[in-house]
Design a protein around this ligand. Structure first.
Ligand code: ATP
Length: 235
């Protein structure tokens, strides 16, 4: 049953030399749930996401999807939007999306079709033949989300996907995320924008010093006096 699937981050720890980045980080995200990841700079959000993705190894602990460990080999199941963004500036939007889809194993025909579909869904189809560097930052971010979706991932992990975006792009991207969630995909995104987190998320996890200090619905966090945490988390 697809709706029973969950992404489990099970007591993950990670150090960079003397710096403890994650210290027993633990939470679950269910299929069909939008999970907001909130915390100040350096709290460990990006490190957690890179470990979920499999590009960074944990020192201890494990990440599982649907009961099985997530590894670099299962990487293609995850759609990732990195904080530093990762588009090739001189590649055309369409070429870029097709290339990424191919990289994740889609056939040429499927890659072409997925590139079209997702650029339309994100409202950048008119820029399909333009170099990425010619686009506004907002449109580049839309392309970046399309890039995370183009290979039909089972999980979406998005690092600050809305940062610096204009309200129209926020609406377009939120709508796409809601649709994916309705299809039974778990979505995890980090954000400093509490209004967005409140609007979009089923549950919110608050991260401090590499640990999950609270994890619940926004309403429950408020009811239990955790509003303090919510308000002060992102700084
Ligand atoms: P931000 O919002 O700034 O991206 P974050 O919550 O994503 O912050 P991380 O980037 O995961 O936090 O960083 C967690 C901790 O690990 C911080 O103390 C950071 O300085 C440290 N750190 C992250 N990457 C490295 C690295 N490659 N080498 C050394 N220390 C690192």
């Amino acid at each position: 049953n697809v709706s029973d699937r969950r992404l489990e981050v099970d007591r993950v720890s990670k150090r960079y030399g003397d710096t403890v980045a994650l210290d027993g980080m633990a939470f679950d995200v269910r299929a069909g749930e939008i999970f907001g990841f909130v915390g100040s700079n350096g709290a460990g959000k990006t490190t957690t996401m890179r470990i979920i993705l499999g590009v960074l190894a944990a020192d201890s602990g494990e990440v599982r999807w649907d009961g099985a460990p997530v590894t670099l080999e299962t990487r293609s199941r995850i759609g990732y939007m990195p904080e530093e963004r990762g588009l090739y500036p001189r590649m055309k939007v369409g070429e870029q999306l097709e290339y990424l889809a191919r990289l994740h194993g889609l056939t040429r025909a499927d890659a072409v079709s997925a590139a079209r579909t997702w650029s339309e869904r994100l409202g950048v189809e008119a820029r399909f033949g333009d170099e990425v560097q010619k686009l506004s930052l907002g449109n580049q971010q839309r392309v970046q989300l399309a890039a995370a979706l183009v290979h039909h991932p089972e999980i979406l992990v998005l690092d600050e996907p809305f940062s610096g975006l204009d309200p129209v792009a926020v609406d377009v991207m939120s709508e796409v995320l809601r649709e994916k969630v309705a299809e039974g995909i778990p979505v995890i995104f980090s954000s400093h924008q509490l209004d967005l987190v409140e609007r979009l998320c089923d549950r919110v996890g608050i991260v401090r010093a590499g640990t999950m200090v609270a994890c619940d619905t926004v309403e429950a966090l408020r009811a239990s006096g955790g509003e303090e945490l919510l308000v002060h988390a992102p700084e």
